[in-house]
Design a protein around this ligand. Structure first.
Ligand code: NAD
Length: 424
């Protein structure tokens, strides 16, 4: 029987019950389920292997977004995030998208760019031409650095040369285009860029300074799309409101920053849960959003001829299933198994779909009741817990301060004292 991620009332279950469902869904071992629960990841020696001067590890909540259907397959999505509402919003958005079949995705091959910066060149056009003439020699040298990647069908595939203007004159910038297969690819690409730099210098003259990958991974894009039926969203007014919200972001960088932040709420949470480099994804996303010279939304929302809402997203997605923390961190390994992704491209597409879902949820709330309504009870719970509320009083205090619209620490403390007095 096909597995379904459509789990009614998942959020109402106790944590242990949720974990049981997740464990069964992905056939996780006891050890993997423990790692998702954060128990296997508590071994301090893991931190010591990962970073310098380690003294311990930092734990973040890990939740599961339900209801995702992507390319006719159901996924439970692990999301590591400290912000309330995000996982609930993604799940709700995915539930509404199921009415029209869920999400559809595509991606380009995993080609990363390695940059070699040549300075002090008087005749940049000539330099560009001579480098291109010896492209095969440069690619061959790059490919000697990573026999493993070559065996897998990856490696340096092509080369581009750009001339850019700097305050100190032109730079000739060589781009090595490397197929990194299922790796994020930074180490592989950096090694190749460093290896070819002396040859590039010898060919073109000038002096090489930087040799490192670009996080603006324009050749490695993930895309997702979905249609939300107007009735599922709450009517045609909501569709119009979401389109207006998108157009606002399209026209105004102040709004656009927050629009794209909402997308990254979802994407980062998946990237972190799978042990990937979220700074790389963030850098790629925002620089891609600004590639035209002005800062634009990563998603587009349009009204279909039927009055439904069509959403699309496209962004660079340098994620891996090999290397970095993905293979070392037990929780990341369990998250990847839970996703059941076959390759890095599939992981990137899933992350893109989550980003689109996340954005729709935020825009729908903004265009209707406002973001705070959904946020408030979760936010109130954090406030109540942060002032040391006894566990048996938490729900009642939350209910009272939300109803009073006084979600503040001072009021939470007062209510706790009032309830304590009443109960004694
Ligand atoms: P890596 O070097 O650990 O692993 C990649 C290597 O694994 C490949 O070069 C290949 O030899 C081998 N491999 C085995 N099976 C493979 C497969 N199926 N597909 C591809 N390669 C396979 O990891 P990486 O992905 O090259 O580097 C990622 C790390 O680099 C991350 O931790 C990241 O944070 C870090 N980093 C990032 C930046 C940046 O983003 N600017 C810069 C430097 C380092």
């Amino acid at each position: 029987m096909e597995k379904t991620s459509r789990i009614e009332g998942f959020y109402k279950l106790p944590m242990a019950e949720r974990l049981k469902i997740v464990k069964t869904f992905a056939d996780l071992t006891d050890e993997e389920a423990m790692a998702l629960a954060g128990l296997g990841g508590a071994d301090p020696s893991i931190s010591d292997k990962m970073v310098e001067n380690a003294v311990g590890s930092f734990h973040m909540p890990l939740g599961i977004a339900v209801n995702f259907r992507i390319n006719d397959k159901d996924y439970l999505i692990p999301m590591a995030i400290e912000e309330p509402s995000v996982i609930a919003a993604a799940s709700n958005s995915a539930k509404m998208a199921r009415v029209k079949g869920g999400f559809w995705t595509s991606s380009t091959p995993p080609i990363m760019i390695g940059q070699v910066q040549l300075t002090g060149i008087k005749d940049p056009s000539r330099a560009k031409h001579v480098i291109l003439e010896r492209k095969h020699e440069i690619l061959e040298l790059a490919n000697k650095q990573d026999p493993m990647l070559i065996t897998l069908g990856g490696g340096a595939k092509d080369l581009e040369v750009r001339i850019i203007d700097t305050q100190k004159g032109p730079n000739v910038v060589v781009h090595l285009l490397v197929d990194v297969k299922d790796a994020m690819g930074a180490n592989a690409v950096n090694t190749m860029a460093e290896a070819v730099a002396p040859l590039v210098e010898e060919i073109a003259g000038g002096r090489v300074y930087l040799r490192i990958l670009s996080n603006l991974a324009t050749h490695r894009l993930a895309r997702a799309r979905a249609v939300w039926e107007k009735e599922a969203l709450g009517g045609e007014d909501v569709v119009d409101g979401v389109v207006e919200a998108y157009l606002f972001a399209e026209a105004d960088p102040y709004r656009c920053a927050t629009h794209n932040k909402g997308i990254m709420n979802g994407i980062d949470a998946v990237i972190i849960a799978t042990g990937n480099d979220w700074r790389a994804i963030e850098a790629g996303a925002h620089s891609y959003a600004a590639r035209s010279g002005s800062y634009k939304p990563l998603t587009i929302f349009e009204k279909t001829p039927d009055g439904d809402l069509a959403g699309t997203i496209e962004l660079p997605m340098a994620v891996g299933l090999i290397g970095g923390a993905t293979k070392v961190h037990p929780t990341a390994r369990a998250s990847i198994k839970l996703l059941g992704v076959k390759g890095a491209q599939e992981l990137g597409e899933v992350a893109a779909a989550v980003g689109l879902a996340q954005n729709l949820a935020a825009l729908r709330a903004l265009a209707t009741v406002g973001i705070q309504k959904g946020h408030m009870s979760l936010h109130a719970k954090n406030i109540v817990n942060s002032v040391g509320c006894p566990p048996e009083l938490v729900d009642e205090v939350v209910r009272i301060i939300v109803a009073e619209k006084k979600v503040r620490m001072d009021r939470a403390k007062e209510v706790i004292e009032e309830l304590k007095r009443k109960k004694t």
